[in-house]
Design a protein around this ligand. Sequence first.
Ligand code: GLU
Length: 313
Amino acid sequence: MPGNSPQPSALTFQPVLERIATEVAQTPGRGRPADYIPALAACDPRRFGMAVAELDGTVYGVGDWRQPFSTQSVTKVFTLALDLAREGDALWEHVGREPSGNPFNSLVQLEYENGIPRNPFINAGALVVTDRLQTRTGDAAGTLLEFLRAESGNAHLDFDRDIAASETANGDRNAALAHFMASYGNIDNPVPVLLDQYFLQCSIAASCADLALATGFLARHGIRADGSRLLSRSQAKQINAIMLTCGTYDAAGDFAYRVGLPGKSGVGGGIIAVVPGRCTLCVWSPGLDERGNSVAGVAALDRFTTLTGLSVF
Ligand code: GLU
């Protein structure tokens, strides 16, 4: 812990967030918004928001923390949790748990590994998880949306159908991944059905406050906002571990080094992070580095763990 200072009480989160926002505002270079999904390209890279949620649902925030943004791959954490809760360890026959070391939408490893994706957070793995959740629920994206609404307490969360349509129109690579895995028998549903569900899932718009709250079950060791159990303590640990090792594309090693928390990023510029037993965070700024992680988002989480000493290490 830096300087052996005591860990902050909840009341000190607000000044920490404000200090981080001031520092981030003075930092030049924000990266570039994702442009392979045309509807995301127009985002202003100078937008910045950050929220911290306590285990009891108290939320602190700064900047654009109530502004909805495109959640994209951040949703992969929630579909994984929802499927693991239903399916248990049988899921791991269909998707691995190792970092890929390749870009999130890479095809190359899949052929070597017989259509079994490396982990649930690269696109191929997320497609498998969504496919399995679709088989179990008949409505994977709707099940996810209901879960996010319940955990965030925000009944207005919804799909952004323009973003979903934009992805559908530019979705050749995800379609290729899905068809390729289907050829190995690792996809149950018709590929067009799966792609519709996956693009809807990725299109959900939510704010830093919504996502910090919705991530709370991972800090509460599997317990939902209403006190019911979604995951066993061990399953919550497993998801946090996969976030730490695979959650930030092929920069997970650098993220663990700088931030020291389980995290999951998306190309919309959002990142969620978990301090198990203590709090959850979400930061958003749409400018991305070359690996696809929010430049200001990673910097802000790096400062948060440095200033507070809150980390899993
Ligand atoms: N919908 C995006 C895709 O599948 C998600 C990518 C991401 O956020 O990593 O390409």
